[in-house]
Design a protein around this ligand. Structure first.
Ligand SMILES: Cc1cc2nc3c(=O)[nH]c(=O)nc-3n(C[C@H](O)[C@H](O)[C@H](O)COP(=O)(O)OP(=O)(O)OC[C@H]3O[C@@H](n4cnc5c(N)ncnc54)[C@H](O)[C@@H]3O)c2cc1C
Ligand code: SF4
Length: 359
């Protein structure tokens, strides 16, 4: 049996108290929300914080509701609640699908969206017991000085493996971080970096408190929209937004993504594309926004030809590594397949119900 290392548990009631505890104890402290990732990682001795600061007593970090022209989601909302919330399902079906495909029901009842966004990266050579890692001589990300995947360099290429962030990025969400001296907002697209040792711009004494998603903002061309009692409706020019999510995994439950694809599109009334964004993840340490889609899709209908061209453009940009348990070449071959399926869902979907279901 794997046992937890000893630690002192704190349960503050406000964001300020939590941040102050994190600041006071520095690298010896970590926040915990649902604990579904941190606890196994502590048992594997990937993290051994002497102080664990629970966020669960902080009411201000809960809630899902329309705020101005955005949907505000508190970082403590569970993945189950996000996947079943009518506002999320109505406005952002791709995000609802992604939250509903994380792990299994028990983990979605405990796991939060904040913990999902701040999830540690994963690798075959890292998510192992201390005994296993020690036998191999450890690795760059923890206790060692070599990367067993690349064998060169000082950068960790462990995989970003969280399901919701690709959707948040594609939807143009912003994240709110509170630290000891200030509160700042950062675009989800700018939050992740390419070094898998610590792959976010969050300082260790900052807490992600909430995220805001534009209800009908620009995808790639700066066009706005409007709302009717919090419900998405066509903007002045009749542009509708749709989203979809595809997740490749070994089994259709419990497993982390081997490859994930989030797509968000704005469509004119005649069905032509007014904006299109695709984000792939689970390949390297951060999600990748696919480049060059506008020139293929803008002003066109999403049909077999344009979808094929977009899928091929995605394949050309993605080079998976042997950082997780399946063959990298096979994963690369799956990129155009999953992108095509996501775009077909987007093209065929209605605007008032989730377009994406199982992976
Ligand atoms: C068997 C199994 C399968 C899984 N499958 C998947 C999967 O398919 N897809 C997937 O995405 N995840 C998966 N997970 C991981 C995990 O369950 C989810 O990612 C979950 O959303 C994590 O949320 P949490 O609240 O439990 O995070 P925690 O474990 O509490 O925290 C995770 C990390 O985020 C930090 N943290 C948490 N909340 C905050 C905050 N508000 N501000 C700053 N830092 C914070 C913690 O310090 C920790 O480093 C799986 C886990 C297990 C055990
Ligand atoms: S990618 Fe390399 S450094 Fe990162 S966890 Fe895997 S083996 Fe370690």
């Amino acid at each position: 049996m794997l046992r937890l290392p000893p630690f002192r548990y704190h349960r503050p009631g406000t964001v300020e108290e939590a941040v102050s505890l994190l600041h006071e104890h520095g690298p010896d402290a970590m926040p915990i929300a649902g604990g579904t990732d941190l606890m196994p990682n502590m048992k594997h001795r990937l993290f051994t914080p002497a102080h664990v600061v629970s966020l669960n007593g902080i009411g201000a970090m809960r809630g899902i509701g329309v705020s101005g022209a955005t949907l505000r989601i508190g970082a403590l909302e569970t993945l189950h609640d996000i996947s079943t919330n009518p506002l999320v399902r109505g406005h952002f079906p791709g995000l609802a699908t992604a939250a509903g495909q994380v792990a299994g029901p028990q983990l979605r009842n405990m796991g939060t969206i904040g913990g999902n966004v701040c999830l540690d990266t994963r690798c075959t050579y890292y998510n192992q017991t201390e005994f296993w890692r020690g036998a191999l001589g450890y690795c760059l990300k923890k206790d060692g000085d070599i990367c067993h995947v690349t064998r060169v360099g000082r950068k960790c290429v462990a995989a970003h493996s969280a399901d919701t962030p690709p959707n948040l990025i594609a939807l143009g969400a912003s994240l709110t971080l509170t630290g000891p001296t200030d509160t700042r907002e950062i675009d989800a697209a700018d939050f992740f970096i390419t070094d898998g040792i610590w792959n976010t711009r969050r300082a260790s004494d900052e807490i992600l408190t909430e995220m805001r998603i534009p209800l009908m903002g620009p995808v790639s061309n700066g066009r706005g929209g409007d709302r009717d009692n919090g419900r998405l409706r066509p903007n002045a020019r009749g542009v509708h937004r749709r989203s979809a999510y595809r997740k490749l995994r070994q089994r259709n439950s419990i497993d982390f993504p081997l490859l994930s694809v989030a797509v968000v599109g704005d469509f004119e009334q005649d069905g032509t594309v007014a904006g299109l964004t695709g984000v792939v993840s689970a390949l390297g340490a951060r999600p990748r926004i696919l480049a060059g889609w506008d020139e293929i899709a803008l002003g066109e209908r999403l049909g077999p030809e344009s979808i094929e061209a977009l899928a091929e453009r995605a394949r050309a940009q993605c080079r998976p590594l042997d950082n997780i348990i399946v063959d990298a070449e096979w994963r690369r071959a799956m990129v155009p397949v999953q992108v095509r399926r996501a775009l077909e869902e987007l093209a065929g979907g209605r605007d008032d119900e989730p377009q994406s279901r199982n992976g």
